[in-house]
Design a protein around this ligand. Sequence first.
Ligand code: ZN
Ligand code: FE
Length: 262
Amino acid sequence: MDSSRVMKLLALPAFDDNYVWMLHDGGAAVVVDPGDEAPVDSTLASLGLRLAGILVTHHHPDHVGGVGALAARHGAAVWGPARERIPDPFRPVSGGGVVELLGLRFEVIEVPGHTAGHVAYFARDAGGAPLLFCGDTLFSGGCGRLFEGTPAQMHASLQRLAALPGATRVCCAHEYTLANLRFAAAVEPGNAALADYAASCQARRAAGEATLPSTIERERAVNPFLRCGEPQVAAAAAAHGAPSADPVEVFAALRRWKDGFR
Ligand code: ZN
Ligand code: FE
């Protein structure tokens, strides 16, 4: 395999606010969480790409809705979390596993919380630049809702992602950034990095551009759900029901506060 190939990363908009991520080398493509097959098919056709594989992070319909049609039409293999119902046939993956596609190694990280079996995929592209497909676990400025997991699980999952290299490009499955940053500003009104980032994201959205990918370094600086150990964040959480400054209690209070935040 030619490791000098240049990889292109595309965020294909789907539904109201989903992104189907596509990584391609000019010949073959991998897509992540194709909830809808239409944007994938049209992009494959317009760029003349072959679909080499489909990676799935969790079982929700907005992430798997297009999997069956794409797998059948393109003969592409599907990988997804072993513990979830993913359209068959799929190859089950779990933590510590590796999927090899496009000459890259996608490492599987278990990140339960949004769903019980949610996984993320971490890879380094041909130039060695790290990248993360994290589904609905980590969003820019926020995190997924706890549908099937506990606050302790989700907090641990987010800490695992936060420990990845700072330069890691964070490919989230939804464009939720502006709403997340409004909440983040309520948690940390004095965070200057957050205010700067919010201004740049507002400009990008106004220009019709995606705010993603983010980076792990950026998320550590602005995302309250990764900052549960910060005194300012703990104080804000205490005012919203956190019984102590324990990071899991802080996380749980933030998540409940955000669930009702408008
Ligand atoms: Zn989901
Ligand atoms: Fe989703």
